[in-house]
Design a binder for this molecule. Structure first.
Ligand code: UDX
Length: 431
């Protein structure tokens, strides 16, 4: 098929490259000329395993980039994969998405015949129905469900395995409103995944599809917060949460995944989507108490890690190592990283913070310039009076003699990543 993808950020670029790999002809559209030029040269600025080889393989052939929105509609369908950033109050800001929708709508006005617009961005149901659909209809002068189609098809990809998650999804969710043509086109688009790999397809309404994305992420975030809440209780009783989690995970109804207890969740999705859900619900005069509690527990975990440190060390004026800055291993993304409240808490206590992360130091340095960033875990631990482990980089599990260079071997572990225990004053956050 001929497909266009508006927005060449993280989601859009991955989508465009993966669709090209499925055999489609893809036009990537972005307002930023540099992004477009780089894509046409076969390059990205995104750290994502497997993405660069796809972009360089298809750039110039089945993957073309342009700044021209009119090119979007010379295709069978157009994805909107524009970012919806969070506002200060947690609500999402759909301005850029609506601007892109308007541009695409104007291009559709000049097209003869049906065109399908598919929303890939994460947007709340009311924004889709009350703002996005009217924007496209007004700009195109056409009616959704008749002359044009508007569908919602959320993504469930994780950073660090986005390409793999695209190719091997648990499900494909397609939300349409009585629009057989839209369903047919999306079925054709995903045919290799649906037919060859038996991926289940969920056919539902537009609002339901949008909500499935929020519910999916909120459920996962809340699952982690629940094991962390239970984990805090376990810690008070001297119980190892990981032994408890291993056992409860054997119950099929609970499942073993996402039960790794620790300093909490970060990233581009969980913090933003849970906050957006609460904000939108509050606007309708409903307080989703479980979701609010999940967020609150996530705020508490870094503070509990710092409190454990306080039990064993007075860090005022002392060198303290923060081990890991990325929100999870395998990425340089620090959005929502639990390292931030840990750094702030240490600085409030008067500590000299030294930090190590194999990928995320440069980007953290822009936000926290008063931290000393070093090139290795050994350098960070050298002469430190305490160390807080915040990201579960696999290399941290191998640390051993490096701890001997600490001035005081006080170690608080927020990810159960440290293997060595002998000779350390070691505290696990929930074990
Ligand atoms: C998440 C969803 O998994 C994905 O489906 C969605 O499309 C985007 O948001 P991502 O943000 O890339 O993906 O990261 P994920 O691997 O889910 O981890 C999120 C956070 O939860 C990380 O900070 C991680 O450290 C933490 N986490 C995860 C835990 O604390 N414990 C766990 O058991 C699992």
């Amino acid at each position: 098929m001929n497909v266009s993808v508006v927005g060449s950020g993280y989601v859009g670029t991955t989508l465009a490259a993966c669709l090209a790999d499925l055999g489609h002809d893809v036009t990537a559209i972005d307002i930023d000329e540099e992004t477009v030029d780089r894509l046409n040269e076969g390059e990205t600025t995104i750290h994502e395993p497997g993405l660069d080889p796809l972009v360089s393989a298809y750039a110039g052939t089945s993957l073309q980039a342009t700044t021209d929105h009119a090119a979007a509609v010379d295709t069978d369908l157009t994805f909107l994969a524009v970012e919806t950033p969070a506002r200060e109050d947690g609500s999402i800001d759909p301005t850029a998405l609506l601007a892109a929708a308007e541009d695409v709508g104007e291009a559709i006005a000049d097209k003869d015949g049906y065109h399908l617009v598919v929303v890939k961005s994460t947007v709340l149901p009311n924004v889709i129905e009350e703002e996005l659909v009217p924007t496209i209809e007004d700009a195109s002068g056409k009616v959704a469900g008749e002359d044009i189609g508007i569908a919602v098809n959320p993504e469930f990809q994780r950073e660090g395995s986005a390409v793999d998650d695209f190719m091997n999804p648990d499900k494909i969710v397609v939300g349409t409103e009585d629009d057989g043509q839209a369903l047919d086109r999306l079925a054709e688009l995903y045919e290799p995944l649906i037919t060859d790999w038996d991926v289940p397809t969920v056919e539902t309404g537009r609002k339901e599809a949008a909500m499935i994305k929020y519910a999916n992420n909120t459920f996962l975030a809340a699952k982690i917060s629940l094991i962390n809440d239970l984990g805090n209780v376990c810690k008070e009783f001297g119980v190892d949460t990981y032994e408890v989690a291993d056992a409860i995970g054997l119950d099929d109804r609970i499942g073993a995944k996402f039960l790794q207890s620790g300093v909490g969740w970060g990233g581009s999705c969980f913090p933003k989507d849970t906050a957006a859900l609460v904000s939108a619900a509050n606007e309708e005069d409903y307080s989703p108490a479980m979701v609010e509690a999940a967020i609150e527990i996530n705020e508490v975990q870094p503070q509990r890690l710092l409190a454990l440190l306080d039990d064993h060390a007075d860090v005022d004026g002392k060198r303290v190592a923060v081990m890991g800055l990325a929100f999870k291993p395998g990425t340089d993304d620090i959005r929502g990283s639990r390292a931030k409240p840990v750094i702030e808490g240490l600085q409030d206590r008067g500590a000299d913070v030294v930090a190590y992360d194999p990928l995320a130091a440069d980007v953290m340095a822009e936000e926290y310039p008063d931290v000393e960033y070093v090139e290795s875990a050994a350098e960070a631990l050298d002469d430190a009076h305490a160390a807080a482990f915040v990201t579960d980089w696999p290399e941290f599990a191998d640390l051993d003699d490096e701890f001997d260079a600490m001035a005081d071997p006080v170690v608080v572990d927020g990810r159960r990543i440290v293997s060595r225990r002998e000779g350390l004053t070691y505290e696990g956050l929930t074990w």
